[in-house]
Design a protein around this ligand. Structure first.
Ligand code: C2E
Ligand code: MG
Ligand code: MG
Ligand code: MG
Length: 292
């Protein structure tokens, strides 16, 4: 009986793998058509100044709504887009959708408004990619610091001359660089010195249990101290509770993102949020985000 059960389990497992492989194949095919069919959207999540409770900037996050499959998570489809190289076209599209909002929201708030865009390691492999972003910003008449580019540690780990060159172009153009998911990769301290990084984003896995896990708290607090000693600003990801916020604020963390403040929302909703909460630098207590 045990043997039969094992066999059944194996069959079940095999079928599961086949279904998974089939879904991936299907998604990859559908994703190729998604742009053309208008199924992709960009949402924006506020990055909040933890001291003033004001919206400091926004991260652009890609969304895919498929008519039959419904919403597909970027965690599932971004890796597929990376495998197929489609991330180059999609990533450029996200950038071109997101950047113009910097001008609009800058005008709305009366000061420069930075939009942060994720850039996959794959997007650093092709030569012509980054000058295109600079040219596009130029065409929009936007200064480089309208944009910050979020990269992961893996980009820096085996940084080719192309990566180094691209990061230098960013620096010369004033585009800022954020190191995403910090603490989960290789977290080599050397590249923090070698490259011009402006922000460290503490990965949400440390924030999630920061109230109950002394280790996670120690790591988060150490990242903040180290970043500040190196002259970098820190953004904590995935803040969901007032308790998490309080610990990070007390530790001197500069900015935070998370459901406690707002989920990623469509641009029109973001604009309403921004209208109800003056952006960084506005005066007076009115209009602050109330989350405590
Ligand atoms: P990421 O860049 O680290 O983005 C943060 C993720 O955390 C987002 O997931 C966001 O919705 C989620 N998040 C924000 N606040 C909270 C919170 O309080 N609790 C929890 N549980 N989650 C929170 P999302 O939008 O599903 O994106 C997942 C990943 O997909 C991103 O991680 C990024 O690596 C990638 N991605 C998304 N859009 C793009 C894009 O345009 N280009 C590239 N290359 N990658 C993208
Ligand atoms: Mg990011
Ligand atoms: Mg810089
Ligand atoms: Mg992250």
């Amino acid at each position: 009986a045990a043997k039969a059960a094992g066999r059944n389990q194996f069959r079940y497992f095999t079928r599961f793998m086949q279904e998974e492989a089939h879904r991936r194949l299907h998604l990859r095919r559908e994703l190729r058509k998604a742009l053309r069919r208008g199924q992709l959207y960009v949402h924006f999540q506020p990055v909040v100044d933890l001291r003033s409770h004001r919206i400091a900037k926004a991260e652009a996050l890609l969304r895919w709504r498929h008519p039959k499959l419904g919403a597909v998570s970027p965690a599932e489809f971004i890796p597929l887009a990376e495998e197929s190289g489609l991330i180059n076209a999609i990533g450029d599209w996200v950038f071109m959708q997101a950047a113009p909002w910097s001008r609009r929201w800058g005008a709305q708030t009366g000061q420069p408004f930075q939009i942060s865009v994720n850039r996959s390691p794959v997007q650093f492999l092709s030569k012509q990619n980054s000058p295109d972003w600079l040219t596009y910003l130029d065409k929009l008449g936007l200064p480089g610091n309208s944009i910050s580019v979020e990269i992961t540690e893996s980009v820096l780990l085996n940084a080719t001359s192309l990566v180094a060159e691209t990061l230098l172009q960013y620096r010369d153009a004033g585009i800022q660089v954020a190191l995403d998911d910090f603490g989960t990769g290789y977290s080599s301290m050397a590249y923090l010195q070698r490259f011009d990084i402006d922000y460290l984003k503490i990965d949400q896995s440390f924030v999630r249990d920061i109230e109950t896990n002394a280790g996670s708290r120690a790591i988060a607090e150490s990242i903040i101290v180290m970043a500040h000693r190196l002259g970098l600003k820190v953004i904590a990801e995935g803040i969901e509770t007032a308790g998490q916020y309080a610990i990070l604020d007390a530790a001197g963390c500069d900015y935070g993102q998370g459901y406690l403040f707002s989920r990623p929302v469509p641009p029109d909703e973001f604009e309403q949020l921004l209208a109800s909460v003056p952006a960084q630098g506005g005066s007076g207590a009115a209009g602050r985000l109330h989350f405590r």
